[in-house]
Design a protein around this ligand. Structure first.
Ligand code: ZN
Length: 311
């Protein structure tokens, strides 16, 4: 490298670095978005509560990552931790390993989760911490149906059960970026995630990201339940479904799940739905949901790269 080129290189590097201090991490455009999601898994399970479930968890998680990988890619290897620490009874949940402060907008702090960050830039702010943590109550696994052939996903899901691949794909969606800080009860925003920034909580709550809106054909409904309810009857596509409404789902799930107002197929059957829907009151049909193009478009609105076509 001769000295003038080296000087230019240093100047450009320094400018990018300085810019990144002001506007947060820059997408590393020179790093290709691979046509799949590269990932690795660790367990945080000090008492081996997951024990015999571990192989099934790994296989079902792989199917869940593959499901997302039909639409989105990652610029770096995503570190996923399966953890019994901090799990709540009766639940699986997912959080970023770390929230990175990107900037302030109108005196509100904007954060990006480490899962989004890794997919978007390939970079970890805290390389010693997982990008995505899925918290698992080991007892809750008994209530789910563990697909013996998660690579195929064709075995019928037993009556009243939801399959583990669906559940893990949903939690990955949270870990990849569909989550944040808006208070589920009041709608207050003490701080925001890059997802929260695109949620309009007034009137009929919507996600305003341009890619998601283009895919959906209009504003994308976001969950806002004003009360808890079981056995809620929904009508969609000429069929009746039954579900439950939980206020804790507010803002960070897609769909309306309303008994009085129908919605598009893409939000009704989103993997990031705010209500699991069984197609009769006894839950006689098992539930298997796949990531769809709306789910992916929401992450693309957060800067996550889409899978590039091979053309
Ligand atoms: Zn959820």
């Amino acid at each position: 490298m001769n000295s003038s080129i080296r000087k230019l290189f240093i100047t450009v590097s320094f400018t990018l670095f300085t810019l990144s201090l002001f506007i947060g991490p820059l997408p590393l455009f020179s790093v290709p978005a691979y046509g799949k999601i590269d990932y690795r898994v660790t367990f945080n399970d000090p008492y081996n509560d997951l024990g015999a479930y571990r192989p099934a968890l790994l296989a079902n998680l792989d199917a869940a990552v593959t499901d997302w990988g039909r639409f989105i890619a990652s610029r770096g290897q995503v570190w996923i931790e399966l953890s019994t620490a901090g799990s709540t009874s009766g639940h699986l949940s997912a959080v970023p390993g770390h929230w990175e402060h990107l900037r302030n907008e109108r005196d509100v702090s904007v954060f990006e989760g480490s899962g989004t960050s890794k997919l978007r830039t390939g970079y970890s702010f805290r390389p010693d911490q997982p990008d995505v943590i899925i918290r698992i109550d080991p007892n809750h696994l008994k209530s789910l149906w563990i697909d013996p052939h998660p690579d195929r996903r064709t075995d019928p899901v037993p009556e009243g059960k939801r399959d583990l691949v669906t559940t893990l794909a949903h939690e990955l969606g949270h870990g990849f970026g569909i989550g944040g800080f808006i208070d589920p009860g009041t709608g207050d925003r003490p701080q925001v995630s890059t997802f929260d920034q695109l949620v309009n909580t007034e009137a009929e709550p919507i996600f305003t990201g341009s890619k998601a809106n283009a895919v959906y054909g209009g504003p994308v409904p976001v969950i806002h339940f004003t009360a808890e309810a079981d056995n809620v009857r929904l009508r969609h596509g000429g069929r009746t479904y039954w579900t439950a409404q939980t206020r804790g789902e507010n803002w960070h799930h897609l769909g309306r799940c309303s008994p009085t107002e129908d919605e598009g197929d893409l939000s009704f059957f989103s993997i990031m739905t705010g209500c699991w829907k069984y197609s009769d009151s006894s839950g006689a049909h098992g539930l298997r949901v796949r990531v769809n193009k709306l789910d992916a478009a929401v992450l693309e609105d957060l800067g996550v790269p889409a899978v590039q076509s091979s053309k």
